[in-house]
Design a protein around this ligand. Structure first.
Ligand code: KIV
Length: 300
């Protein structure tokens, strides 16, 4: 097995990733990669790095908008950020996360809101949280031609019911319910399923039972793919770090360093230097000064 870093291929050399690509990867035993993005430059970088799928997660609420949890983020805010991501990524499969109360009240509302992610915001699929109780909404959305990704385990939109951000499926009864929910979502037409914060062997069991790819976050290596929140792996969000996050950079520290250096440079008049300034032809300067009342600046 090679331990070398994969070569980054430019976006325009990559074939478009679709829901079928993800299914084929599972069938071939290849791992699916997914990360979150909420803006244009991150989408550009992820697409260029060769990611399979980009999720515009409702984690937007916490890591970008500064809320304590994901509940307050609105459809309009999600669509705004999805549009920016869609402008930056062209090869990756683009998935928009349906926010709290955009799909729970009725199947009709779920269908209408799911449609907005594709029609207005350039997404190619939607994700929603919940098990058997969501089967009717999933069926209606899929019947309209919109691919749906499910999400089980720790479902952050239900933290008030779950008693906080806690691991799920740790008892035999809870694990059985999760297996049944996973089967119900596949049966309802989901093309893939996120498993968040569940025991690794439970996620492995679900992954073996389903023919659709499972994408794990804090769910061990037995899933068919892995997802993390980009702000977590980049070290941009340091309010807390879940145990399952692996950090690949410390951009918060790098931002502090760069901002501090800028403040120091400006305060000490080291910036802007000559190379950062624009010049003007001497004859234009002379013409300006001779045309001014008093013949030039007070200090000249
Ligand atoms: O909102 C999000 O970023 C998510 C992922 C953590 C799966 O749902």
């Amino acid at each position: 097995m090679s331990t070398q870093t994969p070569v980054v291929s430019p976006t325009n050399e990559r074939k478009k990733v679709t829901t079928h690509t993800l299914l084929q990867k599972k069938q071939r035993g290849e791992v699916v990669t997914m990360l979150t993005a909420y803006d244009y430059p991150t989408a550009l970088a992820l697409d260029q790095a060769g990611i399979d799928a980009i999720l515009v997660g409702d984690s937007l609420a916490m890591v970008v908008l500064g809320y304590q949890n994901t509940l307050p983020v609105t459809m309009e805010e999600m669509l705004h950020h999805c549009k920016a991501v869609a402008r930056g990524a062209h090869a990756a499969l683009l998935i928009g996360d349906m926010p709290f109360m955009s799909y729970q009240a009725s199947t009709e509302e779920a269908l209408r809101n799911a449609g907005r992610f594709l029609k207005e915001a350039g997404m190619e699929a939607v994700k929603l949280e919940g098990g058997q109780e969501r089967a009717a909404a999933v069926r209606a959305i899929v019947a309209a031609g919109i691919p749906v990704m499910g999400h089980l385990g720790l479902t952050p939109q239900s933290i008030n019911q779950l008693g906080g951000f806690r691991p799920q499926g740790r008892t035999a009864a809870a694990a059985r319910r999760l297996v049944e929910d996973a089967c119900a979502l596949e049966e309802a037409g989901c093309f893939s399923l996120v498993l968040e914060s569940v025991p690794a062997r439970l996620a492995g069991l679900v992954s073996q039972r389903l023919s659709i790819p499972t994408i794990g976050i804090g769910a061990g290596a037995g899933c068919d793919g892995q997802v993390l929140v980009s702000h977590d792996i980049l070290g941009l969000f340091d309010r807390f770090k879940p145990k399952f996050v692996k950090r690949y950079a410390d951009l918060h520290a790098e931002m502090l360093r760069a901002f501090g250096e800028f403040i120091g440079d400006v305060s000490a008049r080291r910036f802007p230097a000559e190379e950062h300034s624009l010049e003007m032809a001497d004859e234009e300067w002379t013409a300006l000064l001779s045309g001014l009342d008093g013949g030039g600046p007070a200090s000249a």
